[in-house]
Design a protein around this ligand. Sequence first.
Ligand SMILES: CC(C)(COP(=O)(O)OP(=O)(O)OC[C@H]1O[C@@H](n2cnc3c(N)ncnc32)[C@H](O)[C@@H]1OP(=O)(O)O)[C@@H](O)C(=O)NCCC(=O)NCCS
Length: 173
Amino acid sequence: MRRYRLNGEVSCVSVSESSLSLLKALELIEQRTQKNPWNAQSLKECFSDTYKVIVLYAGKISEGFAVIYNTKVTTDLLTIGIDPEYQGRGLGRFLLRCALAEALYGGADECFLEVRVSNIRAQNLYRSLGFEQVGLRRGYYGADSSGPAEDAYTMRLASIRAALGDGGPRPEV
Ligand SMILES: CC(C)(COP(=O)(O)OP(=O)(O)OC[C@H]1O[C@@H](n2cnc3c(N)ncnc32)[C@H](O)[C@@H]1OP(=O)(O)O)[C@@H](O)C(=O)NCCC(=O)NCCS
């Protein structure tokens, strides 16, 4: 477990073991932030060697989380979300920087992700960290009860190390 601290209240923790209460909390954040939310079973499968789950806490309460899939050379950002009540306060940026720091810690310096073409908010965040659009995946997000199918942009960050710079998040010792 590694903890990255933003201030006295807010920190991100790279969590290696799931618990029922944590899975419930993450499932709730998924439901509140994503159009196609993962369920608790899918989230449980992310607690393995190749995935990393990074949870953002304010005190003892989880307000957001991200999942990355590390291949040691590259990493994929699979999901990221901040509870709607806490969005727009810089927490998404901090969480993403911590997830990238975790990827780097695992040996990956390149990051890929998919984002809905309509999700301007997330695209702004990714671009501000240096991600660039490198592809378009037609109908990547299938039609479901939340709406019709939607295309995704594939975005790439060529160097996590360069993006985080010397001021990147450092875990507490
Ligand atoms: C995307 C998300 C994680 C960003 O988290 P956040 O805490 O709201 O974002 P922050 O406050 O850290 O802002 C980071 C950047 O995001 C962008 N951003 C945030 N709110 C925005 C808004 N309302 N409109 C446009 N861009 C916005 C800006 O680039 C901002 O940087 P700035 O403050 O320097 O301008 C969050 O909005 C979220 O959980 N959305 C729903 C889930 C989602 O879309 N996940 C991504 C799936 S690919």
